[in-house]
Design a protein around this ligand. Structure first.
Ligand code: ZN
Length: 192
């Protein structure tokens, strides 16, 4: 990432909106913004090592499904570069008792959200990543998020959630499995 180019661009932006980039409160801002982007956009063009070199565990008596709930995430909408953030719940049905370390799923969430994007695309990307890693018999992803680009501009009321979901394989055909997953998600849903 070109930190100097970000700093220059932020300085230009501040000038363009009529600010004085030299005033004391803003003097350090371009450098801060550049450092922030290094973090919040760290997934662009970079696939973490642990998704190419990872361990699959075999469990003899496989659980019906593995669920990781309420994983917090923060991302930037690609239309306004403002945050959207919320919680992601993920479940999968292991194939032949094959599971991955539970910490891998929050890492996947970080990976697919640390770049400008859309909630719909994050939902799909997570399904695809999990499919690539594990090829399970079914995947469920549910995302509840607030979008500041809509709240700050008065399009959404404060605290209004956007919900997206995707179900594949057994979660798609087996309604009772899907209901079991959704009931867990609903019972643990915290208000952000
Ligand atoms: Zn937006």
């Amino acid at each position: 990432m070109d930190q100097q180019a970000i700093e220059n661009a932020v300085t230009q932006l501040l000038k363009a909106i009529g600010e004085d980039p030299q005033r004391p409160g803003l003097k350090e801002t371009p450098a801060r913004v550049a450092r922030m982007y290094a973090e919040v956009a760290s997934s662009i063009g970079h696939r973490p090592e642990d998704f190419t070199n990872y361990k699959i565990f075999h469990v003899a008596d496989s659980p019906r499904m593995v669920t990781v709930q309420q994983i917090p995430f923060y991302s930037l909408c690609e239309h306004h570069l403002l945050p959207f953030f919320g919680e992601i719940s993920v479940a999968y049905v292991p194939r032949n008792g094959q599971v991955i370390g539970l910490s891998k799923i929050p890492r996947l969430v970080d990976y697919v959200t640390h770049r400008p994007g859309m909630q719909e695309q994050v939902t799909i990307d997570l399904v695809r990543e999990l499919q690539d890693l594990l090829n399970p018999l079914g995947i469920a992803v549910v995302i509840n998020a607030r979008h500041l680009c809509m709240e700050m501009r008065g399009i959404n009321k404060r605290g209004q959630f956007t919900y997206t979901s995707k179900f594949t394989g057994q979660f798609d055909h087996d309604q009772s499995l899907r209901e079991e997953f959704l009931a867990q998600v609903r019972s643990h849903h915290s208000s952000l």
